[in-house]
Ligand binder design. Structure first.
Ligand code: ATP
Length: 339
């Protein structure tokens, strides 16, 4: 549906987007994920028409998007700050765009009522934004964005203004809504968990380039570059030589891992903290720190020949003391070799 091909955008000597190509399907919930400054907002602004690329093409259902003025694009953008009109009621805020388009009164009313129902705010239609909670305001912004029935909705860090509890609820809500209205959503976020919980597919950006495009589970289990592995939290990385059955690491021997096709080459082994366990056999190390985070504990273990400790995540409170000698093990299929 949306085809981005070879898009490049430079600002002076900064290349914000470097030859980016992506294809996004009709009805898909797609996330652009990456650290601050990697170019995701620039791409969103290009789609919305606030920014022009130096190179590349973008088509929507085969039509050249870049030659269309922003207000003619069948696209809506929901900003980080919701920018609601403070003096207007919820219903008026939502109706505003339709009035600008000169739709008839009856149709506006019907569409506003319908969308209020969809976002669960039918009872709040008469309130002013200041009389709403953060989560409710967020829903008004969403309602306003979908009431015009765009083919594509762009969301820039849509949940970042909400506190943690409200955010979790809104994530579910956003997903349900997207399925219900069937509009293609492209969301920009730097929050790995948010992208995973929302999106059907995720494109991971690093320094203006797309490093991997995959479904959340694939990204999580099979990161293809060290950057992606680190970004999605598989942050125990070992360097060595790939051998059948794993990675041969200087001083540590062969660590179990998947990736036989790399045999003989220098590679990294990535293993997620929650897949490492204290075992009877395996890597020998010393517990350096134990932290408890409510549901889980993090144990940092120093291993000879490594600068960074190996992180172990465990359910509940860890029953191990700082200074204890432990062995670390994991299942071969949980560790992935990458180049
Ligand atoms: P964030 O999550 O912090 O918003 P981002 O991944 O969305 O970051 P962009 O805003 O797309 O990143 O910026 C990408 C790069 O381009 C950055 O280095 C930024 O400083 C630069 N940049 C963006 N817009 C401009 C501009 N108008 N003029 C100059 N440089 C810009």
């Amino acid at each position: 549906m949306l085809k981005i091909d070879g898009v490049t955008r430079r600002f002076g000597d900064v290349t914000a987007l470097d030859n980016v190509s992506l294809e996004i399907e009709q009805g898909e919930f797609f996330a652009l994920l990456g650290p601050s400054g990697c170019g995701k907002t620039t791409l969103l602004r290009i789609l919305a028409g606030f920014e022009t690329p130096d190179d590349g093409t973008v088509t929507l259902d085969g039509d050249d998007l870049l030659s269309m003025p922003p207000n003619r694009r069948p696209i809506n953008l929901m900003f980080q700050s919701y920018a609601l009109f403070p003096h207007m009621s919820v219903a008026k805020n939502i109706a505003y765009g339709l009035q600008q388009d000169k739709l008839g009164r009856a149709e506006i009313k019907q569409r506003v009522d319908e969308v209020l129902e969809t976002v669960g705010l039918a009872e709040m239609a008469g309130r002013k934004p200041s009389q709403l909670s953060g989560g409710q305001r967020q829903r008004v912004a969403l309602a306003r964005a979908i009431v015009k029935r765009p083919r594509l909705l762009l969301l820039d860090e849509p949940l970042s203004a909400l506190d943690k509890k409200v955010r979790a609820g809104m994530q579910l809500e956003l997903k349900r809504l997207q399925h219900e209205v069937g509009i293609t959503f492209v969301v920009v976020t730097h929050d790995q968990e948010e992208a995973m919980s929302l999106a059907d597919r995720i494109a991971v950006f690093e320094k203006g380039r797309v490093r991997q495009v995959d479904e959340p589970v694939t990204l999580y289990e099979r990161p293809r570059t060290p950057f992606v592995a680190d970004f999605v939290g598989a942050n125990n990385l070992f360097e060595g030589t790939a051998v059948p059955g794993g990675l041969d690491v200087p001083q540590l021997g062969v660590l179990p891992g998947e990736g036989t096709e790399l045999a003989g080459v220098t590679a990294l082994l990535a293993i997620r903290p929650e897949n490492v366990r204290l075992a009877d056999r395996g890597l020998l190390g010393t517990v350096m720190d134990v932290s408890f985070y409510g549901g889980i504990s993090h144990i940092a273990v120093t291993v000879e020949g490594r600068d960074k400790p190996v992180l172990v995540a465990q359910q509940g409170a860890a029953k191990v003391e700082v200074g204890a000698q432990v062995r670390l093990g994991w299942d071969r299929e949980d560790a992935v070799l990458i180049q």
